[in-house]
Design a protein around this ligand. Structure first.
Ligand code: GLN
Length: 289
């Protein structure tokens, strides 16, 4: 532990930020590697001679910050973790850094199924870091979950994240492309969820370099119109969902209506587009018949 006064920490932070980067990323570094959160700093601000205790020394934190500024590598990659809902998850360049808006998928599930629910079977297609599946497995200890991914390294990270955040055993990890690993679960799923790659070709090319150069293309690029994977998932869903089973998809900001039509065409009912915090139709849900 390195002792530092609040005043010293604030002035050191300002000095680092004057080199570049944004406050949010710097606060993330201080919190995840330094062990000091912004709320702790704010709380003590009025007594600036109070001490804070950092887990690592300033020069170590400074070297990560400079690496971030120089390489444009996401701060979460350099720190090796991210925070998502109430989870602390390992991330690397093999998985998409789970986004804040995706946190709402878990709330959508709470809305549909309530908090106290009997035994159900869910699958998440393309789990990446495991965020969604882990949150659900923790919230619903009676449910059984299957989390799939096309990347072995992503599955390794996801299962490690599950072990690190829980002592439950109600989530299993399967390797493969969309529905392929679920052959044994035809007609058995109560719920399927996916945040698939949905960025259209022209937009993918223009993504910020922090995303395009460091996050996996396979987790972002959704073919020329962005809907390649969403289409495949919707078309396969009726074979795997139980009657009245739900499908929840995340989509790009302007894809909601198209995804809705695809669901209707594939005989889904109660199809709805749901907004994220910014009022964007980010999720499309439906029930199979
Ligand atoms: N929302 C993510 C992004 O911005 C994209 C995630 C996805 O394609 N599933 O970059």
């Amino acid at each position: 532990m390195r002792r530092i006064t609040v005043k010293e920490l604030i002035s050191w932070k300002q000095q680092q930020l004057s080199k570049g980067g944004d406050d949010q990323s710097f606060s993330f570094l201080l919190d995840s590697v330094g062990g000091v959160s912004s709320s702790e700093i704010n709380l003590l601000k009025t007594n600036s001679r109070d001490n804070l205790y950092l887990k690592r020394n300033l020069s170590f934190l400074e070297s990560i910050w400079e690496d971030h500024l120089l390489s444009a590598s996401p701060i979460q990659h350099l720190c090796g973790i991210t925070f998502w809902r109430d989870l602390k998850l390992e991330v690397s360049n093999k998985v998409l850094i789970p986004r804040p808006e995706t946190e709402l998928i878990v709330d959508i599930v709470f809305e549909i199924f309530g908090r106290e629910s009997q035994k159900l079977l869910f699958a998440e297609l393309g789990t990446g870091s495991g965020a969604i599946s882990i949150a659900l497995a923790l919230a619903y200890p009676l449910w059984e979950g299957i989390a799939t991914d096309i990347d072995q390294e992503a599955l390794r990270i996801a299962s490690k994240n599950f072990i690190n955040t829980s002592n439950q055993s109600n989530l299993n990890f399967y390797f493969g492309h969309w529905w392929n690993p679920l052959e044994n679960f035809k007609g058995k799923l109560d719920l399927a969820i996916s945040n698939p790659p949905y960025i259209p070709g022209d937009i993918y090319e223009k993504l910020p370099k922090e995303v395009k150069n460091f996050e996996p293309k396979i987790a972002l690029f959704g073919g020329e119109d962005g809907l390649k994977h969403i289409r495949e998932i919707i078309q396969g869903a009726p074979l795997f969902l139980k009657e009245k089973g739900w499908l929840i998809l995340e989509n790009h900001y302007d894809q909601g209506e198209k995804v809705k039509q695809l669901l209707i065409k594939n005989r889904f009912t109660l199809v709805e587009i749901l907004n994220d915090f910014s009022g964007i139709g980010r999720f499309t849900i439906g029930r199979y018949k």
